[in-house]
Design a protein. Sequence first.
Length: 94
Amino acid sequence: MEYIQVPPINTINEKTFYNNVKLKVVNLSDGIKTIGEQSFYGSKSLLHIDIPGTVTHISLRAFNKSGLKVIAYKGIQKPNIGKCAIPSECISIP
């Protein structure tokens, strides 16, 4: 699975895409509020993700050990970010 469209659910559950090394593109729908613990952990092919403004919490190690270089957050206020969730240098808030 190289591409996934995540529907407007409340939460992406813990370890949903854990160690999915084939995942390259993720499209998160508006309406998602929480990205669960280690949900994209180890997704080494994932380089960029746009996070909708509805996301208020990115859980512990959500993107740890992924290939992410850019996380673009589309909201006004930065979400609550858990320990080791993302590298601080790869989040941008417009």
